[in-house]
Design a protein around this ligand. Structure first.
Ligand SMILES: [Zn+2]
Ligand SMILES: [Zn+2]
Length: 329
């Protein structure tokens, strides 16, 4: 059995794993099918995630198949599942309100606990969700990253004709573009990179623009998915009076023009991951919908043995989402 190991920032290794023990009563042994590479995996690789621990097995966007289950786990062998990489206790005040994303005891698999970039691995049975048979693998692996967008969109009202600006066309920006388009919004997506604008323009009825091309324009809803100080500060300036901005990108800090914010009645939201199970179930519901166009988001599928190459491609910013295939090398 092989796994991908991040010994320290910049040091990715494909190596033979310690033989796996049998799963405990409440655990399962999962055979990974696909693993998605996400922006936070790249930050982790570059040593830019402050809550990360090394050495670590990365991987949090994981689709797999149960190959062994402890006796307290109610799933059959062969069940296809996605994982919930952000653990939650189920008992704290936030969990009891259904806000598992704010759990006081949250840990993140693939960030500060071992993740799923391995041919097989063991995890608690409560952190997997079975998925419907009619959802193909290539879409099912998007359930987790797309749930982030679903959660962000819960905060605002986007319907037919809403003017929406998506800032940053990485994985989350692309998925946000797909959803805004699906909801009938007038979507503008901006990115500094020509290749990203090219990708995003294939996703639907969307206008892809350079940041300077929208200089004077404002939008009902702005989704900030670039996560730099400058992009946050510029994005605020594109919120229409009475409008809202949802921030899913992360930067340490940015300046907020308070006078303008008060006078224009802007609403700013921070949005972190998703609540389980609600946002996961909603994510699945969209992905099962034939009319929801999302296929173009995935640009490459590489065998996991080429993880290093996959990371390099992802970091180049020239591609859409990149998946690792863990079924044989
Ligand atoms: Zn992710
Ligand atoms: Zn909790």
């Amino acid at each position: 059995m092989l796994e991908i190991r991040l010994n320290q920032p910049g040091d990715l290794e494909l190596r033979e794993m310690e033989p796996l023990r049998s799963p405990g009563e409440e655990e399962i042994r999962l055979q990974t099918i696909y693993g998605g590479i996400c922006g936070s995996d790249l930050s982790l690789f570059q040593g830019r995630l402050h809550h990360a621990t090394y050495p670590l097995r990365p991987g949090h966007e994981i689709l797999g198949k149960i190959v062994e289950a402890g006796k307290e786990v109610g799933y059959d062998i062969g069940t296809r599942v996605v994982i919930l990489p952000n653990t939650f206790c189920g008992e704290c005040d936030f969990c009891l309100q259904g806000r598992t994303n704010l759990c006081r005891h949250k840990r993140s698999l693939g960030v500060n606990a071992d993740g799923g970039f391995a041919e097989e691995w063991i995890l608690p049975g409560r952190y997997v969700l079975p998925i419907p048979d009619n959802l193909p693998d290539e879409k099912a692996v998007l359930i987790e990253p797309f749930a982030v967008v679903v959660h962000a969109f819960n905060k605002v009202n986007i319907t037919e004709g809403t003017a929406v600006l998506i800032v940053g066309c990485g994985n989350e920006g692309m998925l946000a573009t797909c959803l805004a388009d699906h909801l009938g919004a007038d979507v503008t997506a901006v990115d500094l990179k020509p290749s990203k604008r090219e990708w995003v323009s294939r996703l639907g009825r969307v206008r892809a623009a350079k940041p300077e091309e929208i200089d004077e324009e404002t939008f009902d809803v702005v989704i900030e998915a670039a996560g730099t100080k400058l992009s946050v500060e510029q994005s605020i300036q594109h919120v229409a009076p009475g409008g809202a901005m949802v921030m899913i990108g992360m930067t340490q800090e940015a300046n907020i023009p308070v006078m303008q914010m008060v006078r224009q009645e802007w609403t700013l939201y921070g949005s972190i991951i998703y609540n389980y199970p609600d946002d996961y179930l909603k994510s699945i519901q969209y992905l099962r919908d034939e009319r929801f166009k999302v296929d173009e988001v995935v640009s490459e599928i590489l065998p996991f043995s080429q993880a290093e190459k996959a990371y390099e491609k992802a970091m180049s910013g020239e591609y859409g989402k990149i998946l690792l295939d863990f079924r044989g090398s």
